[in-house]
Design a protein around this ligand. Structure first.
Ligand code: M6R
Length: 633
């Protein structure tokens, strides 16, 4: 939540900062602001609402400044008003600060500062930082420590030692116009190296148009950016030797490429995501007849999988839905009892573990505060126990360079590429693919399934990309037409059973988060235990009916909804017989094995949500109140 960016170099900073913030807007868009240094003064401009409001304001200001910091906000402390927008400044308006995260002890710091006569202009936790730096500069011994590169750096370093919480910060001062200080403590921050210009940002898309040489800071590190280069220190002020690496990301990957919205582009990228996952996870030459070793290559040492008795998965939102599909696969294929927990609940009431329990954290961003905290807690409670406990932690993430990647040594990288739309689509499909690979691998290790069955599953998976392509082609128009009918609908119900129950949840989540229509997902068999009371002609029901263990049951449950006058939309490969009679509308998919069906059934639901939101004229990529990375509890 919140995006920060900083620039120091030879070009005009304002446009670079704005372009960077545009790429970070997915992290929050309640307000935006930038601070630059020009003619010995800090020039700070802020605006409530989205970045275009800030742009309009900046058109009136001319500043060829070559240093600056910027921020796009997701409000935590203080309403989304201009006075709470970042950057925040000290009393003399010489120091400007942007922050992503939360300063947990800000109340006591604020009281201490107030007692010294400091006056606060905002309700934010961040405003304590510029005041503390000003105070620290005042009290700095002269001359400053010989080991410190500059008084400004030293003052900032001393303040960082007083801050508690998870944060990334960028600071500049009109009195030190050739320095920009960037700090990371449990919130992402990457440094970019250009030709005579240097950057810092919450995420790489903000700087990829200027440089691909990047250095992600680790927790407890701070960087001093000057026109001459970048120095990295730890919080004790010890200089560290660090080398940038080359980013595997091109500027076009973070463009819409002709699509109206990032979400639509990302929906269409899903066949490619499945192909990339198949290539990476499954051995091309493995066959049942030649079943030497696992068909899966996850690059994880087998130690964490030996004698597994139980798996517990922690995640939030869409990742939690992917984990529910994972549970089905892990239990039904590999025979391992699996629990899926909301990370925010698990942290305060963890299930008991044994030495043979594997804990998996799933987070596309790798920055979700609840998931990270749950894993940190899990890591801690395993410490001091025998080695078996300690190795059984696994992360599944789309951003291996994230905080999760730093925290958990064993990671399955999902291969979605960067996702910009706030509503997760292709990262969900990528997570499903990771679970298919993990379940097949464990089924092989546990010998719960014959090699022939594994080969059948893998061959089925290999057909999926072209089935998604066909679904996209056939559903684009159909879902757009349906969206026309449902643009004014206020409630929706999604039904699924078995492996498609999580898809019903995901369909409902997609719809509510981007169209603001109330939607609920239920296991179809549960309807009669209460929720059926909600149904009438005004409440459409989307039912996922895939041939297999629960097809007849879902059809019966759909009948029950129909009897209450609901308009029924069927996501199903069966277009005739009973299905044709019951469903008012069909969203047909290919007839694949039930076990593989979630990768297909979710596609029409993503498209339906997209078209309804677009039809309602809503901001599909940046829905209200949301942010892509939820880095607060
Ligand atoms: O980055 P994560 O996968 O940990 O994010 C978890 C949720 O915040 C996320 O899935 C959220 O629910 C999305 N907006 C869903 O589209």
């Amino acid at each position: 939540m919140c995006g920060i960016v900083g620039y120091i170099g030879t070009q005009a900073a304002t446009e670079i900062l704005l372009a960077g913030l545009e790429k970070l807007e997915y992290r929050g868009y309640d307000s935006a602001g930038i601070a630059t240094i020009w003619e010995g003064e800090v020039n700070c401009i802020r605006a409530k609402g989205k970045l275009h409001n800030l742009r309009s304001k900046l058109e009136l200001v001319e500043s060829p400044s070559q240093i600056g910091i910027g921020h796009t906000r997701w409000a935590t402390h203080g309403k989304p008003e201009e006075r709470n927008a970042h950057p925040h400044m000290d009393a003399t308006l010489r120091i400007a600060v942007v922050q992503n995260g939360i300063i947990e002890n800000y109340r006591e710091l604020r009281e201490e500062l107030k007692a010294k006569g400091y006056v606060f202009r905002s309700d934010t936790d961040t405003e304590v930082i510029p005041h503390l730096i000003a105070e620290s500069l005042k009290n700095l011994p002269s001359p400053t420590l010989a080991t410190s590169p500059s008084p400004f750096f030293e003052a900032v370093r001393q303040v960082v030692g007083k801050l508690q919480g998870a944060f990334a910060i960028a600071v500049l001062s009109a009195d030190f116009p050739d320095e920009l200080i960037a700090i990371r403590q449990q919130a992402p921050l990457v440094i970019g190296f250009g030709q005579g210009e240097f950057f810092c940002a919450s995420d790489t898309p903000a700087i990829v148009s200027y440089t691909r040489a990047v250095l992600p800071l680790d927790n407890g590190e701070m960087a001093r950016l000057t026109p001459l280069g970048v120095e990295v220190y730890d919080f004790a002020g010890i200089r560290l030797k660090k080398q940038p690496r080359l980013l595997n990301l091109s500027p076009t990957m973070v463009e819409k490429q002709g699509f109206k919205h990032f979400m639509l582009k990302e929906i269409y990228e899903q066949p490619g995501v499945v192909r990339a996952s198949l290539d990476a996870y499954f051995k091309a030459d493995w066959t049942a007849a030649n079943a030497e070793g696992s068909p899966v290559n996850l690059n994880i040492d087998g130690e964490i999988f030996s004698d597994l008795e139980q798996i517990q998965i922690v995640a939030c939102g869409t990742s939690w839905h992917a984990a529910l599909v994972g549970k089905y696969l892990l239990e039904q294929l590999a025979g391992i009892p699996t629990q899926v927990q909301y990370a925010s609940e698990f942290r305060y009431a963890p299930s008991p573990i044994t030495a043979n329990t594997l804990t998996i954290g799933v987070t596309q961003s790798g920055e979700t505060a609840d998931t990270l905290a749950a894993l940190a807690m899990e890591k801690e409670r395993r410490q001091g126990k025998e080695a078996k406990y300690q190795v059984r932690l696994l992360g599944i993430t789309n951003r291996p360079e994230s905080s999760l990647g730093h925290m958990v040594p064993r990671i399955i990288n999902t291969l979605a590429g960067i996702e910009i739309g706030v509503a997760a689509t292709k990262t969900f499909i990528a997570q499903l693919m990771a679970f298919y690979a993990l379940a097949v691998d464990l089924a092989y290790r546990q010998k719960t399934v014959t090699p022939e069955k594994l080969e059948y599953i893998i061959n089925g998976l290999r057909q999926i990309p072209k089935e998604i392509e066909a679904t996209l082609e056939s559903q684009e128009k159909l879902t757009e037409l349906l969206a026309h009918d449902f643009a004014e609908t206020t409630d929706f119900i999604f039904l699924g059973r078995g492996i498609n129950f999580p898809i019903a949840l995901e369909g409902a989540l997609k719809l509510k988060e981007i169209s603001y229509i109330h939607a609920e997902g239920y296991p179809a068999g549960e309807m009669k235990h209460g929720p059926i009371a909600l149904l009438d002609a005004k409440v459409p029901v989307v039912a996922i009916a895939v041939p297999g263990s629960v097809y007849e049951k879902v059809i019966s449950n759909s009948q029950e909804a129909k009897a209450r006058d609901s308009r029924l939309i069927g996501v199903t490969p069966i277009e005739d017989g009973e299905a044709a009679e019951i469903f008012n509308d069909l969203l047909p998919i290919a007839n694949v094995d039930e076990l593989l069906s979630p990768i297909l059934t979710v596609i029409p639901l993503q498209l339906l949500a997209y078209h309804i939101a677009a039809r309602r004229g809503l901001d599909v990529d940046q829905p209200r109140n949301l942010a892509k990375s939820v880095t607060v509890e």
